[in-house]
Design a protein around this ligand. Structure first.
Ligand code: ZN
Length: 72
């Protein structure tokens, strides 16, 4: 798939990764990057994870919140 790498600042093909930097519960960095940037981030000691593109199980369209008036 294609996605926008926030570090390369361009559209790249492949698997997206997410690089997160957190300190004392504060998110300092949270960006979607390509594989090579992910590698760089890991070398710098940042936390990264592969982004799962699989659709969530059991997800279904939520009904519009109509409130039918029964009995009237
Ligand atoms: Zn990149």
């Amino acid at each position: 798939m294609k996605f926008f790498c926030r570090h390369c600042d361009k559209i790249v093909a492949g698997k997206p990764y997410r690089v997160i930097s957190e300190e004392d519960g504060v998110i300092l960095l949270d960006m979607t990057v390509c594989r090579s940037c992910d590698k760089q981030a890991r070398e710098l000691g940042l936390y990264s994870e592969a982004i799962s593109l699989e659709p969530k199980r059991g997800s279904h369209r939520r009904r519009w919140a109509f409130a039918p008036t029964a009995g009237g």
